[in-house]
Design a protein around this ligand. Structure first.
Ligand SMILES: Cc1cc2nc3c(=O)[nH]c(=O)nc-3n(C[C@H](O)[C@H](O)[C@H](O)COP(=O)(O)OP(=O)(O)OC[C@H]3O[C@@H](n4cnc5c(N)ncnc54)[C@H](O)[C@@H]3O)c2cc1C
Length: 406
C-alpha cells in the first residue's frame, strides 16, 4: 500500500516510521529543508521528549481532547516513547516533574534518532516539498498535489501541526486541506502562552520573577482554574512563566471582559495565619516604616504597588497601621488581582488549541469519519496539553495509533 504522510514533525515522522515498519511503502513530505524544525526548539533546545507518567496521571495534564486521546496514550505511553528513543541510541534522563530529556540535553539527538528510524524503515523523505492539496474522488482520498501535479496514494496522513511558531513550518495548511475535504475545524487559539494585562500599573515590574506563588482565574465570581505553586514573571506585555502558560490554556476560550487573574503570594498560609505573621513582624520592626514591613513580605519591586493599592504611605510607621490596614494587607497578599486584556499572539504560543474537529475523527485509528483512507495526527487535531513533555507524547501516541490501522 502506498501511504503519504504530510509533515515531517514529531507526529509525521513517528507515523511514517511505524506505518513503514508494518511493511507499507511510505513517502513523507516536508516543506522545510530539514525535518523536525519545531522539535529542535523544544524544551529550550533540550527537548522535553515526554513525561514519565502514564494513565490518569498523564491524562490530568491533557487540556483539550482528553477523552479522545485516552485510547492512544494507553496504546503508546511515555514508557514506549522512552524505549523507542533508547533503542535508537538516545540515553534519556528524568528531571523534576517527571520531565524526560535526552541525557545530552540536545534536541538534535531526538531528531537524529527519528531520521535514523526513518532510514531503517525505508521511508522516502521528500524535503523542500510543500503539499498543496489533498485530492479525492467522492469519499476516498486518491492522493496529493505537489508542484501542481497529482501524486497517487492509497492513504494520506495529515501531520501538519498547528499555527504557532509558523517559522518552523506549521502554518495551518492541515486546516485548509481538511476544510476543502468537508471537515470542520475548531477555531485555533493560542495555548501555553503569555498573558497581556490591562493598564500601566504593572509595567515597572518588567523582569521581576515570582517564586512559590499560585495563579487563579476567575470568571465573574467563579473560579475556573487554579495553578499549582510555581513561578511566573512580569514582561513588557504582561505576565509569563510556567504557571501563566498553564493558566493561558484554561482561559483561551473565555470572555476576557469578565475575567480576572489572582496571584496568591503566600499560598502556604491562610489569611488568618498571615495576619498573625504581619502582627509579629510589626512588633519586631518596632518604629520602622511600612516600607520595611512590605519588603519583608514581598519582592522590593512590588512594594510601592502594594502601598498604592492599600492606600498607605510607605514612610508611615508600620506600628501605626490600623487593624483594617493589616487585614487588607493580608487579603491583598492572598488575592492580588490582575485584569487580563488578551493572550499573547498565537505566533508566540507554545501550542495551538483548536484544530480538526474531534467529532469527525475516529480515535481508534485517528481516521477521518468522512474518508476511509484519511488520517489526522498530532497538533493539527483539536488537542493540547500542559507543558512537561505531554504535547510531544500526544504527537507520538496519536501517530502510533494511526499506524496500527495499517
Ligand atoms: C518553543 C516551543 C517549545 C516546545 N517545547 C516542548 C517540549 O519541550 N515538550 C513537548 O512535549 N512539547 C513541546 N512543544 C510542543 C511540541 O513541539 C508540539 O506540540 C509538537 O512538535 C507537534 O508536533 P506535530 O508533528 O504535530 O507538528 P509540527 O511539529 O508543527 O510539525 C508539522 C510539520 O509539518 C510541516 N508541514 C506543514 N504544512 C506542510 C505542507 N503543506 N507540506 C509539507 N509539510 C508541511 C511543517 O513544516 C512541520 O515540519 C514546544 C513547542 C514550541 C513552539
Amino acid at each position: 500500500m502506498k501511504v503519504c504522510v504530510i509533515g515531517g514533525g514529531a507526529s509525521g515522522m513517528m507515523s511514517a516510521i511505524m506505518i513503514a515498519r508494518k511493511g507499507q511503502d511510505v513517502s513523507l513530505y516536508e516543506k522545510n529543508e530539514k525535518l523536525g524544525k519545531k522539535i529542535y526548539i523544544t524544551g529550550k533546545g533540550r527537548c522535553n521528549v515526554t513525561n514519565a507518567t502514564v494513565g490518569n496521571e498523564f491524562l490530568k495534564n491533557v487540556v483539550g481532547g482528553q477523552k479522545f486521546v485516552m485510547g492512544s496514550v494507553t496504546r503508546f505511553n511515555s514508557n514506549d516513547t522512552m524505549a523507542f528513543f533508547e533503542e535508537m541510541g538516545v540515553p534519556l534522563k528524568i528531571e523534576r516533574g517527571n520531565r524526560v530529556f535526552p541525557e545530552s540535553d540536545k534536541s538534535s539527538d531526538i531528531i537524529k534518532a527519528l531520521e535514523k528510524a526513518l532510514r531503517w524503515a525505508s521511508v522516502k523523505v521528500n524535503l523542500n516539498t510543500s503539499v498543496e492539496e489533498i485530492v479525492k474522488i467522492e469519499n476516498k482520498v486518491t492522493g496529493i498535489k505537489v508542484d501542481g501535479k497529482e501524486v497517487s496514494f492509497d492513504a494520506v496522513v495529515v501531520a501538519t501541526g498547528g499555527i504557532s511558531y509558523p517559522a518552523t513550518g506549521s502554518t495551518g495548511d492541515g486546516y485548509k486541506f481538511a476544510k476543502n475535504l468537508g471537515h470542520s475545524v475548531i477555531s485555533p487559539v493560542p495555548a501555553l502562552c503569555g498573558i497581556v494585562v490591562k493598564g500601566e500599573e504593572l509595567k515597572p515590574l518588567q523582569g521581576l520573577s515570582l517564586k512559590n506563588v499560585t495563579l487563579s482565574a476567575w470568571l465573574k465570581e467563579k473560579i475556573i482554574y487554579k495553578s499549582d505553586i510555581g513561578e511566573m514573571l512580569f514582561t513588557h506585555f504582561g505576565i509569563s512563566g510556567p504557571i501563566v502558560l498553564s493558566a493561558s490554556s484554561h482561559i483561551n476560550r473565555q470572555d476576557f471582559s469578565n475575567l480576572k487573574l489572582v496571584i496568591d503570594f503566600k499560598p502556604a498560609l491562610s489569611v488568618d495565619g498571615l495576619s498573625v505573621r504581619i502582627d509579629r513582624d510589626i512588633i519586631a520592626l518596632k518604629a520602622k516604616q511600612t516600607s520595611s514591613l512590605l519588603e519583608g513580605l514581598l519582592p522590593k519591586a512590588m512594594v510601592s504597588i502594594f502601598a498604592k493599592r492599600l492606600g498607605v504611605k510607605l514612610t508611615s510607621k508600620a506600628n501605626q497601621l490600623t487593624k483594617e490596614n493589616r487585614k487588607a494587607l493580608a487579603l491583598l497578599l492572598k488575592n492580588f488581582e490582575i485584569l487580563p486584556k488578551s493572550l499573547e499572539s498565537i505566533e508566540g504560543a507554545v501550542v495551538t488549541a483548536g484544530g480538526i474537529n474531534l467529532k469527525e475523527v475516529n480515535p481508534k485509528f485517528m481516521k477521518s469519519k468522512l474518508y476511509s483512507n484519511l488520517y489526522f495526527v498530532g497538533e493539527v487535531l483539536d488537542i493540547d496539553a500542559e507543558t512537561g513533555g505531554f504535547n510531544l507524547q500526544l504527537a507520538f501516541s496519536t501517530a502510533v495509533t494511526c499506524a496500527s490501522d495499517f
